[in-house]
Design a protein around this ligand. Structure first.
Ligand code: AHR
Length: 490
């Protein structure tokens, strides 16, 4: 019997809703078809933006959308995407072997964010761009005065500034974003930040970090003055076995690779603690994360089927984010629609939700709550291997918990990742007693199950019965199942 003790009286930090964010790149069918269909499309849309996918994002209270890339960002010139749509240039999409019609640009992105109820986060072009181009984009979006750029925005239909708060200073600048060495990126970052910040703007800048200590530490050391940074980003992609035809061993081995994100966060936060003498909190943003299966590697649109296994792994990653709510300021899954570990998939007019969408939905009640510490005891383990080949005793239960500001409702999310064995659990609440508990479960007859145009709701959450008494919940978790419990406290 696995034992969880939820320490309601031992808070970690507020779980920023931004930890449940999204990333949408001009790649495959994410923007074009997934989000943008054009206002002359037979697919129901609002000013060209697809209604069904946006409604799905709105239902999740999607907090933020990062755009336009990804690798695409460092070859994107924002002027190509403003002004009358039919006059916009058609360009090569360098990284994703495609052509870019520029029908979806800054105004369409802001419209998408407003329709979805999300904050816009724009990634600037450092690799092939200039500080002048980047600062000009910030001015175009955010300036309220009477400059040519502000007038141009007004002429394009938006007299009011967009107020974009989050700006990424390049993407993967150690790779597709210019192949910089970390010290060269630091010099470049300082130059960009000088012109981005120099206009007295209420914006937050995200510097490009990396996994492992070398890049982050050399970058921060060379940068010197960390007053120019608000967040440092890391990316984590998780790979092991086929999207659907994975073996049981590959299922278990996916977890140590996913949990690597914890080391990424801790390493980035440690590097920041070493070099940050500003007295300000500089957060870690997991700007891109998710499973990346071989199926996507064989497709230039990075399309892959998404199974229940992917949703379970996403939940284990959410548990890491919740546990590190004091360090992580944002996290964005790659990528929202039709690409990699997406939340929605489309085929022409058809749209269906992936199991990962439902994992987001089950974790939604944590947003804005205080994460609290929990102890896991007597949890059975299975043998797994990390990417380095080392054996790991993987606990079959992953969990996280939070409590709302008023201290009236606790949220406990937990999964049994074992493919065959159920896991009976007791969940003891320390520092509160239970008035009422309700729960939902996401599971299926096989962890390989997924949704598609012919079976759009094969994997979806259902109500789940918990036994609630005084301070203890009891649940028999079925194999490969994720449960989200809402507990009203006395
Ligand atoms: O998400 C796909 C790609 O993965 C992004 O463009 C890039 O940033 C990362 O390498």
């Amino acid at each position: 019997m696995a034992k969880l003790t939820v320490r309601l009286d031992d808070p970690i930090a507020t779980i920023s809703p931004m930890l449940y964010g999204h990333f949408a790149e001009h790649l495959g069918r994410c923007i074009y078809e997934g989000l943008w269909v054009g206002d002359d499309s037979p697919i129901p849309n609002t000013r060209g933006i697809r209604n069904d996918t946006v409604a799905a994002l709105r239902k999740l209270a999607a907090p933020v959308i990062r755009w336009p890339g990804g690798c695409f960002a460092d070859d994107y010139h924002w002027r190509d995407g403003v002004g009358p749509r039919h006059q916009r240039p058609r360009r090569m999409n360098l990284w994703w072997h495609d052509e870019e019609p520029n029908h979806f640009g800054t105004h369409e992105f802001i419209d998408l964010c407003r329709q979805a109820g999300a904050e816009p986060y724009i990634c600037l072009n450092v690799g092939s761009g200039s500080p002048e181009e980047a600062a000009g984009w910030v001015e175009y979006c955010n300036y309220a005065g009477d400059t040519s750029r502000a007038r141009e925005r007004a002429a394009h239909g938006h007299p009011e500034p967009f107020g974009v708060r989050y700006w990424g200073v390049g993407n993967e600048n150690w790779g597709c974003g210019g192949r910089f060495a970390p010290d060269d990126y630091a010099r470049e970052y300082r130059r960009f930040a000088c012109y981005l910040r120099g206009r007295g703007r209420a914006i937050e800048l995200i510097a490009c970090g990396h996994t492992g200590p070398d890049w982050n530490r050399t970058f921060l050391d060379t940068l010197g003055d960390l007053n120019t940074i608000d967040h440092l980003s890391v990316h984590r992609y998780i790979k092991c076995g086929d999207a659907v035809d994975f073996s049981d061993t590959e299922h278990y081995n996916l977890y140590p690779r996913a949990l690597q994100v914890e080391a990424d966060i801790v390493e980035a936060a440690t590097a920041l603690a070493l070099y940050n003498r500003t007295g300000r909190h500089i957060g870690v943003i997991v700007d891109e994360w998710g499973v990346w299966h071989p199926e996507a590697r064989g497709d230039s649109g990075l399309y892959q089927r998404n199974t229940l296994r992917d949703a379970l792994v996403a939940a284990a990653v959410f548990d890491v984010f919740n546990r590190h709510a004091d360090k992580v300021t944002m996290a964005n899954i790659a990528q929202t629609i039709n690409v990699l570990q997406c939340l929605c998939q489309t085929q022409g007019e058809a749209m269906w939700l992936t199991p990962t969408y439902h994992a987001f939905d089950l974790y939604k009640p944590h947003m804005g709550n205080a994460a609290v510490r929990l102890d896991l005891d007597d949890v059975p383990t299975v043998e797994a291997r990390g990417a380095d080949g080392r054996a790991v005793a993987l606990p079959v239960v992953s969990a996280s918990a939070s409590v709302d500001e008023a201290g009236k409702t606790a949220v406990v999310t937990l999964q049994n990742l074992h493919l065959a064995e159920p896991c009976p659990c007791t969940i003891r609440l320390r520092g509160g007693s239970i008035a009422k508990a309700t729960a939902r479960i996401l599971t299926a007859s096989d962890a390989r199950d997924h949704n598609g145009p012919d079976a759009p709701a094969k994997v979806k959450p259902k109500r789940f019965k918990l036994d609630a008494r005084a301070t203890t919940l009891r649940a028999a978790l079925p194999p490969h199942a994720l449960v989200s419990a809402k507990v009203s406290l006395r």
